[in-house]
Design a protein around this ligand. Structure first.
Ligand code: NAD
Length: 258
């Protein structure tokens, strides 16, 4: 067990990548606080960890609300003695034409959740790690490396997360608080269930053609899996990556090389 005695907070832990991260960190011995807007789903993740013999608690919070994030951080401090790892998975994604009527609303909401939410959670994480150090892992995307059509708000928010990561990494390196971010390609999660039709529409293909089309453009020939992403999260959370901070790591099967 590589994280025995460590405490990890994971946002978006009720679904998809966040849930997979919470389960994997717990398997490696970490105490986990599962955070999600959907408190019931976060509680399910915590329950699954406890049933498997781990230590976990859950909290409902909207990461774009400062008070909610601070309350969650206090809960983490109360439940478990220290805060060592914070994984920011919570996020939203909307595919829509740039000139769509409600594009401003989508822009505001995407920035609010993806960028401001990550900013607020990083503040809470840093406060909890001052004095003993820790590892913060943010989620950008391959869309944080390359802008694509009908994805302005999402791409802008994910580019922003890389800048935020670098800035905080530079500011808190001397406190031994490491901050890195992961830029995955496509992983089949509930996020894709929600947007596959919009993606198909923008590419003028059927929803069934979407994933094979992605695969064709991935040199390693397959989509990213939960195992791939949690392997990298575990590496960044553990001492194995102790000389790494401020990095934005592609996890794209070779599809994105910049
Ligand atoms: P998902 O939709 O399965 O899970 C996202 C979770 O975040 C949900 O449980 C949701 O309730 C929670 N959430 C949303 N808004 C929130 C808020 N305001 N406060 C707290 N929680 C909130 O998505 P996923 O695919 O697991 O994505 C996780 C992260 O990975 C996201 O940041 C996403 O942008 C990023 N990402 C995903 C992919 C992919 O292909 N799935 C690729 C690259 C990056």
């Amino acid at each position: 067990m590589r994280l025995k005695g460590k405490t990890a907070a994971v946002t978006g832990a009720g679904s998809g990548i966040g849930k997979a991260c919470a389960l994997r960190l717990a398997q490696e011995g970490a105490n986990v606080l599962a955070i999600d807007l959907d408190g019931a789903s976060a509680e399910k993740t915590a329950e699954q960890i406890r049933k498997a013999g781990g230590r976990a608690d859950a909290a409902a919070a909207d990461i774009s609300e400062k008070e909610a994030v601070m309350a969650v951080a206090e809960k983490a401090a109360k439940c478990f003695r220290s805060l060592d790892i914070w994984v920011n998975c919570a996020g939203i994604s909307v595919i829509q034409p740039f000139l769509a009527e409600d594009s401003e609303q989508v822009w505001d909401q995407t920035m609010r959740v993806n960028l401001k939410g990550t900013f607020l959670c990083c503040q809470a994480a840093v406060k909890g790690m001052l004095g003993h150090g820790g590892s913060i892992i943010n989620f950008s995307s391959q869309s944080g490396k390359k802008g694509t059509n009908q994805y302005a708000a999402y791409c802008a928010s994910k580019f922003g997360i890389r800048g935020l990561t670098q800035s905080i990494a530079a500011e808190f390196a001397e406190e031994n608080i490491r901050v890195n971010c992961i830029c995955p390609g496509v992983i089949l999660t509930p996020m894709w269930d929600k947007q596959v039709n919009d993606y198909a529409k923008k590419k003028h293909i059927t929803p069934e053609e979407v994933m094979p089309r992605f695969k064709e453009n991935i040199p390693l020939g397959r989509l990213c899996t939960y195992q791939d992403v949690t392997n990298l999260v575990l590496f960044l959370a553990s001492k194995d990556s102790e000389y790494m901070t401020g990095q934005s790591l592609n996890l794209t099967g070779g599809a994105c090389t910049y």
